[in-house]
Design a protein around this ligand. Sequence first.
Ligand SMILES: Nc1ncnc2c1ncn2[C@@H]1O[C@H](COP(=O)(O)OP(=O)(O)O)[C@@H](O)[C@H]1O
Ligand SMILES: N[C@@H](CC(=O)OP(=O)(O)O)C(=O)O
Length: 472
Amino acid sequence: MSESPHLLVMKFGGTNMGDANAIRHSAYLVGRSLKEGIKVVVVVSAMSGVTNQLLGIAEAAEKGDIANANDQIAGLRTRHFTAAQDIGAAPDADTVREIRELLETLRQAVYGVYLLRELTPRSRDLIVAFGERLSAPLMALALETSGQRAHHLTGGQAGIVTDAHFGSARPLSTAAGRIRDRLSGLLGAGLTPVVAGFMGETEKGAITTLGRGGTDFSATIIGAALHADEVWAWKDVDGVMSADPRSVRGAQNIAQLSYGEVMELAYFGAKVLHPLAVTPLQDAGIPLRVKSAADPEFAGTLVTTEAAGDGAHPVKAVTAIKGVSIINVSGAGILGVPDVVADLFAALAKENITLLMVSQSSSMSNVSLVILGSDEERTLAALTPPMGGRQLQVDVQQGVAVLAIVGAGMRGTKGVSARLFSALAGDDINILMISQGSSELNISVAIEGEDVERATRTVHSAFGLDAPVTVQ
Ligand SMILES: Nc1ncnc2c1ncn2[C@@H]1O[C@H](COP(=O)(O)OP(=O)(O)O)[C@@H](O)[C@H]1O
Ligand SMILES: N[C@@H](CC(=O)OP(=O)(O)O)C(=O)O
């Protein structure tokens, strides 16, 4: 940031919205910038654990267990009322009334699922988006009690208009203009907009969600639409780290990453950012900062067009996805027929199935695909009908993990894969599949799921990524 910024978009995740104390601290972080004369748009996630709880409520109702669903809704009521009260709301305050009304609407939606015993992707989105709709008023309240003027909005009210892919909706091209229309007036009037993240709305007004972790994406969609100077994603970690700090104790903060590197990391399982989060920022080159709410003075990670590295570390991070499956397609129908691969891909694309890795034997006698375990059923269904009249044999290997190393410094650097493979072999870890993107931003390997934690630590240290041990 060359000059002082005029407009920032700040995103707060579930942990930073977890209870009254966390929300007050998040409001304090917003207030610090407001006091410097910077305008801020705040985008919030649901309180930690609430999205999963809402999914559980929806599933209980679908199964007919309405008593369980209602008990859990009562639990949500207590949690949100307690937070509102602790932040400073009187029992008859607008925030309390609004939370009560939202929970009543949620109860009705859940009852509808119970009556129908049917949970469609559309009703699931309506239900899970309540988490963010309930947390946004709490953040607005915290800002107001700290002397700021704030106004909260749903994703749709903020202008995030999306397609109708419930569960993984994407913003329409008209969203940018609408976001500007909806938020510029508030900003101009000196109000801080607080937007419920993760959610959007179709043209017809149906509520959609952007996929798990989607509040990061909401923030960057808004940041790009408003031409913000930067987007700041406040987290419970120092920034983007060289591995998930929950798995690798020596994981270190990465000072700078390119948009491409972050996308690879997120795609291969680093839960710190939504895989599409940086896409809206790329064209305009708007920087994204991942910052620690516990240590706001620390620079965190700057994500920008440039990769910047120290040269000594071609690999910047190791990441892994657990619970994936290898689908092996073979049989006489595939032998020597080049267009069978095109048919396979078309069948999977139609079902919106994410392909993590693909490999074809050079004899063209089999194709192996790595997919998320959660996509297995749909993948098998898509491949079952004899494609183009060809009989295919489809085998599944479950309980697999994909481990990926990521870093722009790998491009043109020799010996990186040799180092990866010998580290894994040295630790007696069998490699099931290998893939390297031609961008040379990542190399990924499929391994047995049970080996993944050990493999991540081994590879992290083999590439010199462990934090130096400080001797007292
Ligand atoms: N490479 C990584 N760098 C940082 N955090 C990571 C990484 N991989 C996984 N994580 C996990 O992501 C979590 C932060 O993401 P998340 O909880 O979704 O953030 P929030 O909800 O605060 O937006 C961390 O607690 C950390 O365990
Ligand atoms: N609450 C949503 C969206 C989100 O982004 O959450 P978080 O920022 O806490 O990861 C989810 O759990 O997927």
